[in-house]
Design a binder for this molecule. Structure first.
Ligand code: PLP
Length: 394
């Protein structure tokens, strides 16, 4: 262990050759302020206490670790589901939103901005802003505003201002650019809440630490149920990578634990309609970090596609790029049809309707081979209520 380099972030904000902070000069002060502050605040007694209480009493943690008997029977191993779908607002995103908005308060920032694609991160952020009584502005591509009407209405009811973005393809990438632009204009009073393990350092590390409560709980829950605190396999889906980062955080350097990550294959990795960033991406810069990006020969970022809005991102967190490059993780592209079939399978076998994103993780089970005694922990990142129309349309 001592000679092995950790898979966690290094002192300079890198995961191997990935990560860093590639930002315009005007943002330098904001990012630097966050970099020198986040660890100290997050380690403080006051923050830990407040964060822990809100996770418990508001978000509903710990989320159960459920032994899925019928699913286990089907795959010939022992599968536990980490039930992030049971959190308030329906996914793991609330863990991060509570943490970052608490941090913003400790830093004296009065205005919260966020980007959102499908609207899940926007809703989580607007929820916590309502709870804490702070101003909230959510940037959302105009295409997504139209596609995700219910989430837009929720954010408005929660008191947030939803600003439709009309540049580019009017989706997540464009909303992120607009949020960054806002941050540049209001560096003194504004905190930018990023929804995944992406963006310039320290965001990927900060978000993975906030989500690491997932693997902290898995350790305790496995000890209770299995008499050992580590599984043989961890399985999670990856969009930007935050639910996966939380799931693996406390096991990342434990080589007894194998890691499988499911990314969105869309209509197929070679179809031109995909978000399989790790399979197809080349090293580049996206939203302030050096990582794998789906881009054309000129280095232009290509528009990604997935049936699942939460996985529809042309980049990937730098932590995950490094895990893939160093073969620490097995990365499996799961196509739309495979994810849909997996969602039906989980629903019929266990009575759990998963989010489309989470269904990609279920879909990965078929592509892995297990021994009967293997203990597998799969994170169900969110619930499927938001996806019912998609499921029924097919
Ligand atoms: C946003 C979202 C994801 C993808 O984001 P990560 O940062 O990769 O976790 C996955 N599942 C659900 C339910 C989501 O809302």
């Amino acid at each position: 262990m001592s000679v092995m380099k950790s898979f966690l972030v290094d002192q300079n904000g890198y995961y191997g050759e990935f990560g860093g902070a590639y930002i315009p000069e005007i943002l330098h002060k904001c990012v630097e302020e966050l970099r020198v502050t986040y660890k100290e605040v997050m380690c403080s007694e006051a923050f830990r206490k407040e964060y822990g209480q809100l996770l418990r009493d508001y978000a509903g943690r710990p989320s159960p670790l459920y032994p899925a008997k019928r699913l286990s029977g089907k795959y010939g191993c022992k599968i536990y589901l980490k039930r992030e779908d049971l959190n308030h607002t329906g996914s793991h995103k609330i863990n991060n939103a509570i943490g970052q908005i608490l941090l913003a308060r400790h830093m004296g920032k009065k205005r919260i901005i966020a980007e959102t694609g499908a609207g899940q991160h926007g809703v989580a952020t607007a929820t916590v802003c309502a709870l804490m009584g702070v101003e909230c502005i959510v940037y959302m591509g105009k295409t997504d505003v139209e596609r995700q009407h219910v989430n837009v209405e929720k954010m408005k009811m929660l008191g947030a201002t939803v600003t439709p973005v009309t540049s580019g393809n009017m989706t997540l990438k464009d909303a992120t650019n607009e949020a960054i632009r806002d941050w540049c204009c209001h560096p003194a009073d504004t905190f930018y809440v990023i929804g995944s393990t992406v963006g310039p350092h320290p965001y990927p590390d900060m978000v993975s630490k906030l989500q690491s409560v997932i693997s902290e709980e898995i350790k305790v829950q496995l000890m209770e149920q299995e008499g050992r605190e580590y599984p043989d396999w961890l399985v999670a889906c990856v969009g930007g990578g935050s639910n996966a980062a939380g799931t693996i955080y406390h096991y990342i350097d434990d080589m007894r634990v194998r890691i499988a990550l499911a990314e969105a294959g869309g209509k197929g990795v070679d179809s031109g309609m995909t978000a399989a960033t790790i399979q197809l991406g080349q090293t580049g810069i996206i939203h302030g970090a050096r990582t794998y990006v789906i881009q054309n020969e000129d280095g232009q970022i290509e528009e990604p596609y997935s049936i699942s809005a939460g996985l529809d991102y042309p980049g990937i967190g730098p932590m995950h790029a490094n895990l893939a490059a160093r073969k620490r993780a097995t990365v499996l592209p799961i196509n739309d049809d495979e994810a849909i079939a997996a969602a039906y399978e989980l629903t019929k076998l266990e009575g759990i309707i998963p989010a489309l994103e989470s269904a990609h993780a279920i879909g990965a089970l078929k592509k892995l081979s297990f021994k009967p005694e293997d203990v597998v922990v799969l994170t169900v990142s969110g619930r499927g209520d938001k996806d019912i129309e998609t499921y029924l349309d097919l």
